[in-house]
Design a binder for this molecule. Sequence first.
Ligand SMILES: Cc1cc2nc3c(=O)[nH]c(=O)nc-3n(C[C@H](O)[C@H](O)[C@H](O)COP(=O)(O)OP(=O)(O)OC[C@H]3O[C@@H](n4cnc5c(N)ncnc54)[C@H](O)[C@@H]3O)c2cc1C
Length: 414
Amino acid sequence: MSEAQRKDTPEQAEFRKYCQDWLAENHPGRPPVKLPQGALELSDPAALEWLQKWQKSAYDAGLIGCDYPVEVGGGGKDNCQDIANFEMQKAKTPYLPNIIGMGMAAPTVFFHAQDEVKAELLPKLLSGEHIWCQGFSEPGAGSDLANAQTFAERDGDNWIINGHKVWTSLAHFAEWMILLARTSKDDKYNGLSYFVVPIRENLDKGVTVRPLIKMTGETGFNEVLFDNVVLNDRYRLDDVGAGWKVAMTTLAHERGAGPIVTPSSGGMSLEEDESAQTSSVYALIDLAKQQARNGKTAADDPLIRDELMKMMIRSESFKQNQRRANVPPLVDHPMRIPLQFKLVATEFAQDLQQVAYEIEGAASSLYANDENAPASGRWPLAYMNSFGVTIAAGANEVQRNILGERVLGMPKSK
Ligand SMILES: Cc1cc2nc3c(=O)[nH]c(=O)nc-3n(C[C@H](O)[C@H](O)[C@H](O)COP(=O)(O)OP(=O)(O)OC[C@H]3O[C@@H](n4cnc5c(N)ncnc54)[C@H](O)[C@@H]3O)c2cc1C
């Protein structure tokens, strides 16, 4: 029996058994199309459609949104999402496509929208039928998010929106956007308001979505332009001028520190070969065993063995640190482990993928889909994508500032 199972209440144990039985019967199997390494790189409509079907079936079965109230399309359960997530990971299901919707938009709508708007939007968000995107960053407002200049001007019961958002992941597929916009130029923080915008239905009414191509050649994110887009006031969340407070709900969940557990599935290898992952030390060891080096393999090279051992020690330390979250006497500050997670996980994956370059040597310059590239070129691709992950959801430097200020109690940075 696992550590998680030992702590289950009778209701949770029953739900866990239900998840296990359902997943044994309903695992979607291997994808019929090539999936990118993560949902933020989705650009093929066929891949999205297959993943949406998977999310909908898991939602209909009650494995997604289980802790939200029934009135807003949830399962009405208590502390069960963690259980569903754990069982989906264990069953190695594919990832869920609506990650911005579930991780950021859903808790923000839930805590700040009017009741009818929650009931209107949350069921299709949780089922994955409506993909959501996040319209926060602008050319002059990334880390300094409160500098957002996209402007919403009041016009009776409507708002007229003009501005320019950038790095908007999944906007090319999104029905809805969570939008931080300025409603007053007089006050940096209190001049912001928060809206949800149906961007797809406004594509011929002032919304333009333009893809941005990453250094990997993938097009997961976009810039989104608003030109006199009309939005009804019912889609404002919370008070006019309370946008910064609402954005904090979004950011707390984006950084893994909010009160609602995000539905997450995953663990399925995207390749036929189970060892073809790019985020585990075991996969790196397999790579080293396959790469020739001085008449032997890279795994026989003492310098490479040294690097592999260092990564193994970090991987185990990371796992043990995460386990502390379940042992109250070892949790000195409630935000420490959630806030550390993004920082440590993204930098660990990046360093791991860098060791793959040393293992592959000159062949690491062969890129994804080159037939001579070791492991189909997936390690260099993962390494290049790893930089985006250290920046997305707030740059790691800024995350360090937050940890320093809020957890360690250090003086606030200027
Ligand atoms: C893959 C990816 C997906 C993204 N998806 C979305 C999305 O869907 N929606 C959205 O709104 N945004 C998205 N973003 C944007 C992301 O939130 C911003 O890139 C991020 O907040 C950094 O802002 P910036 O790019 O403007 O960099 P800047 O804020 O200009 O920062 C530049 C550098 O300065 C450093 N820096 C800035 N301020 C400080 C400080 N106070 N202390 C120390 N160092 C500092 C940063 O760490 C960084 O290294 C995405 C980004 C990426 C890479």
